[in-house]
Design a protein. Structure first.
Length: 338
């Protein structure tokens, strides 16, 4: 099978497995795991933040980011296609008791004007707006990069309105590699940031939340309350190897996505040119097309409405991309995509 469902399907390399096997460990809930400490310090410095917290999932880091910035009954503003709104099981309401206000915007971008229009004067009839949540790259938009200038503008507007800013940076390193802009440039406009090691970087587990020291102290309490306290977590925190060795190679995933998209376009598919490692293809009957791909040993997933989503990653090589493109070309005559 050629697995293009997501960059979450990557497996640790032999070198990463070796680092995991050799990791020094201790009880992280007691603050005694040196490998976790090293990972948290490394990522905090990389993002330009004072501290970071290692968690088992991105849903947890996003939800802790919400929890530490709000009180029950407060309002979180975000793009209508945001991951936290659509794919995290309603947890903002379940664990933090907050109200969500979705905003529209092209390709995952929230504009200062849209934000300003949504934040009215204080009124006892309305939830109190407290947090703006942004995403980079944007998953539903097909891995689109949130341009730094626009990101800075809406984050600045949020602060003028008295809001904090949380950045869901699940694929932030993809944005950085695609633009040659260091991650800390985006992070400088956010109060808290969550970043993945287990997507394109190829680690088996892990997400980190970064912010100032006081916020991360609060986040550590929330992690325990949410069931995320881990013991000898250094075995997985050795995914520090991924940050040290697999960031620059994301450019290979981007190049393969562009090649794949170009091949599909040549076969008359309607393809949105990818910014990073996600390819969105317009298909009138996505489920039927996905079943046809499976019969040809290619795995993909539904994307936004009327689209199929294919994702390049560490475990997909040039020959596999070429083979998947050949399959799509063979199916083109039978796929209702024109």
């Amino acid at each position: 099978m050629i697995d293009l469902r997501s960059d979450t399907v990557t497996r640790p390399t032999e070198a990463m497995r070796q680092a995991m096997a050799e990791a020094e460990v201790g009880d992280d809930v007691f603050g005694e795991d040196p490998t976790v400490d090293e990972l948290e310090g490394y990522v905090a410095t990389l993002l330009g933040k004072e501290a970071a917290l290692y968690c088992p999932s991105g849903t947890m880091t996003n939800q802790i980011g919400v929890h530490v910035a709000t009180d029950r009954g407060d309002e979180v503003l975000l793009h209508e296609d945001a991951h936290i709104f659509n794919y995290e099981a309603g947890v903002p309401a379940l664990l933090s008791g907050v109200h969500i206000r979705p905003l529209s915007g092209e390709e995952g971008v929230v504009s200062p004007e849209a934000l300003r229009a949504a934040v009215g004067p204080e009124n006892v009839h309305f939830a109190r707006p407290k947090l703006l949540r942004l995403e980079n790259t944007h998953n539903v938009a097909g891995g689109k990069v949130f341009p730094l200038e626009e990101f800075a503008a809406v984050a600045g507007e949020a602060r003028e309105l008295g809001l904090k800013v949380h950045l869901d940076g699940a694929r932030l390193f993809n944005a950085a590699v695609a633009t040659d802009i260091p991650v800390r440039e985006w992070c400088g406009h956010a109060d808290t940031v969550s970043v993945y090691s287990s997507k394109g970087l190829g680690a088996p587990v892990g997400f980190l939340l970064a912010g100032d020291e006081e916020t991360i102290r609060e986040a550590r309490c929330a992690r325990k309350a949410f069931g995320g306290g881990m013991r000898q977590a250094g075995v997985i925190a050795a995914s520090l190897y991924a940050f040290e060795h697999h960031v620059d190679r994301l450019a290979e995933d981007h190049e393969r996505a562009k090649r794949f998209a170009a091949g599909l376009a040549d076969a008359c598919y309607r393809v949105e040119p990818p910014d990073t490692n996600i390819v969105l293809v317009r298909i009138e009957e996505p489920e039927g097309f996905l079943r046809a791909l499976v019969r040809e040993d290619v795995l993909a997933t539904p994307g936004k409405a009327g689209h199929v989503r294919l994702c390049t990653h560490l475990d997909v090589r040039d020959e596999e991309i070429d083979a998947a493109a050949e399959v799509a070309v063979r199916l083109a005559a039978h796929a209702p995509h024109r």
